[in-house]
Design a protein around this ligand. Structure first.
Ligand code: GLN
Length: 196
């Protein structure tokens, strides 16, 4: 069994927890305090509103512990607003939030008329027909050399991985398609073996 936290300050927390639990090999822990990070093997940063989440991260003293968690090599999966938190660069902003993944992101990149929509994606190493729900979704506009692009939607990057950091601009937790979470749980299992 691996223990995977879901940062529970704001956003689509319970849907992620349910998906992680349904894997049968991972226990989901809702993380509200810094100490709750210590015995986790991996962490999900859910979708929601990235500026609100950042405010709460600062208020509850999470920024350094989250950066340390990543530096310890423990996997983090950021979805939608979670993707924005992970990015080193955010279009139109001076600084990133957690400043971890070598990529530039653009918030609310699909414009007004496409506030939310569903698509099927070819996600490298995960699934050829992955169900994806986009809600006021960001896009990845640039990636560094060490970032592997996992999926595109209409020519734009919507999923990527950099070592133990996994991210997507959509919400796999709002579908019945478990394959993205399954991929992350496997990453966590492998990293646990490597760290122990
Ligand atoms: N638009 C939101 C933001 O900028 C992200 C949307 C989402 O997480 N579904 O934070």
């Amino acid at each position: 069994m691996v223990k995977i936290g879901v940062l529970a300050l704001q956003g689509a927390v319970h849907e992620h927890a349910k998906m992680l639990e349904s894997e049968g090999t991972s226990e989901a822990i809702l993380v509200k305090k810094e100490e709750e990070l210590y015995d986790l093997d991996g962490l999900v940063l859910p979708g929601g509103e990235s500026t609100t989440m950042r405010r709460l991260i600062d208020r509850y003293g999470f920024r350094d512990p989250l950066r340390q968690f990543a530096k310890d090599g423990k996997p983090i999966f950021g979805t939608c607003a979670g993707l924005i938190l992970l990015a080193k660069h955010i279009d139109g902003q001076q600084e990133g939030h957690l400043d971890l993944m070598d990529m530039t992101v653009k918030r609310n990149a699909f414009g007004r008329q496409k506030e939310s929509f569903e698509a099927e994606l070819d996600a490298k190493g995960i699934a050829r027909d992955l169900a994806a729900v986009f809600i006021r979704a960001p896009l990845i506009t640039e990636v560094g050399d060490s970032v592997d692009v996992l999926a595109y939607h209409q020519g734009e990057i919507v999923a990527a991985q950099q070592g133990s950091l996994l991210t997507c601009s959509f919400h796999p937790e709002l579908t019945d398609d478990h394959r993205f979470h399954h991929y992350f749980v496997d990453m966590v299992k492998n990293s646990k073996k490597a760290i122990v």
